[in-house]
Design a binder for this molecule. Structure first.
Ligand SMILES: Nc1ncnc2c1ncn2[C@@H]1O[C@H](COP(=O)(O)OP(=O)(O)OP(=O)(O)O)[C@@H](O)[C@H]1O
Ligand SMILES: [Mg+2]
Ligand SMILES: [Zn+2]
Length: 361
């Protein structure tokens, strides 16, 4: 499948830890149970002895029918006694059975020498986790997107206000995320800095990951660097890393900050090739950029811009830099806190002084 060997090692280790953890849980429960009911251990021993006797009787052939019947009766009685012991502490009948997350391979990852679906999923997830390491995805959700940061008044009376526009974009994207499938459309988020393009795309990513689908997020700059490293460095185990393949094949790719990367023939071709391959494969991509279409045309090939214009749904973000607004609010709050504490200090000093004066008098 072409993952790096570290990914296999991590997943195998995770599976082993999972198995051990469940086995340990049962061992602990068993210890408590047998300590409380020593008879349970004896019953188990007797049951296995009975099973051996039945087998012997079956193979001895002559006149074994009656003996087998008696052994069966004994076995049933022992099992009943065992069940009664368990019932005394109100536990389910299979409490001594080790629980497995995957009933097919019992968390071994392999079935008849072939990879089980569970390990395939874990390998894919581990590969994505490594590629997504740098994204602040845990902080971004639809709930933390507020409309109050976008102006209610439009600068041009013929247009919607930024708030109205962003409200539409948010609700479109919420629906997009909710209904996301591997055949969803491509999105192109355009707009000035700090308007929420990265935040919104990560909010979508979160929903998509929750559906169990694979998402790769990265700035164009880091993705291109990674591809360049893998292509030209000898120290990379090329067969095993294969980022190019994952980037082109993942269920959702988010290319952040298009236009910020250092531009050269390698980076321009890498971006074109990713965009083109994903269109051909019908796989959804979200691209974020500060550049206008004119700027894109100046910087990239016509072939890339034409693909983005033809195959992406464009959302133009409006408003004022939210990063800046949050900074201003923080400064204001800190200033207020300083003013309040200073006010308190001054009034305390003042009242102490008054007290001093009256005491002196
Ligand atoms: N609607 C919103 N409500 C609350 N916080 C927001 C909202 N949109 C963005 N933010 C926050 O504002 C900051 C800037 O947003 P973000 O990074 O998404 O902007 P951007 O459009 O990607 O900017 P850039 O073009 O510089 O990459 C982030 O901390 C983000 O969490
Ligand atoms: Mg951004
Ligand atoms: Zn399995």
């Amino acid at each position: 499948m072409g993952y790096h060997k570290e990914i296999y090692e991590t997943v195998h280790k995770n599976l082993e830890v999972l198995r051990r953890k469940e086995e340990l849980k049962v061992k602990k429960k068993a210890k408590v149970f047998y300590k409380r009911f020593p008879r349970a251990k004896e019953i188990e021993k007797e049951l296995s002895r009975t099973a051996v006797s039945v087998a012997k009787a079956v193979f001895s052939g002559s006149n074994a029918k009656e003996e087998i019947l008696n052994l069966k009766k004994k076995s049933d009685a022992l099992q009943k006694e065992f069940e009664n012991l368990k019932r005394k502490i109100n536990i389910s009948s299979d409490f001594l059975r080790v629980r497995r997350n995957c009933y097919l391979c019992e968390d071994r990852g392999y079935l008849d020498g072939k990879m089980c679906a569970c390990i395939k999923k874990m390998l894919k997830q581990e590969a994505y986790n490594r590629l997504n390491k740098l994204s602040p995805i845990s902080l971004c959700s639809f709930n933390s997107l507020k409309l109050e940061y976008y102006p209610e008044i439009s600068s041009n009376s013929n247009e919607n206000s930024p708030r109205k526009r962003m409200e539409k974009i948010f609700s479109f994207c919420k629906k997009y995320a909710l209904e996301f499938s591997v055949n969803s459309k491509n999105l192109f988020f355009q707009g000035a800095t700090g308007l929420g393009k990265t935040h919104l795309s990560l909010a979508i990513a979160k929903e998509v990951l929750d559906k169990g689908l694979g998402v790769i997020y990265g700035s164009v700059e880091t993705i291109v660097e990674r591809l360049e490293e893998e292509k030209f460095s000898n120290s990379f185990d090329k067969d095993n890393y294969n980022s190019n393949k994952h980037i082109k094949n993942c269920d959702l790719l988010i290319l952040d900050d298009l236009g910020v990367e250092f531009s050269n023939s390698f980076s321009n071709f890498a971006v074109y090739s990713i965009v083109d391959s994903r269109i051909m494969l019908g796989k959804p991509t979200i691209i974020n950029t500060n550049l206008s279409f004119e700027e894109l045309e100046r910087r990239y090939s016509e072939r890339l811009v034409s693909r983005i214009m033809g195959h992406y749904i464009n959302a133009d973000f409006w408003g004022n830099d939210i990063r800046q607004q949050k900074r201003d609010r923080n400064i204001k709050t800190t200033q207020n806190m300083i003013d309040q504490s200073q006010g308190g200090l001054i009034s305390r000093l003042h009242s102490n002084k008054m007290q001093g004066i009256s005491e002196n008098n």
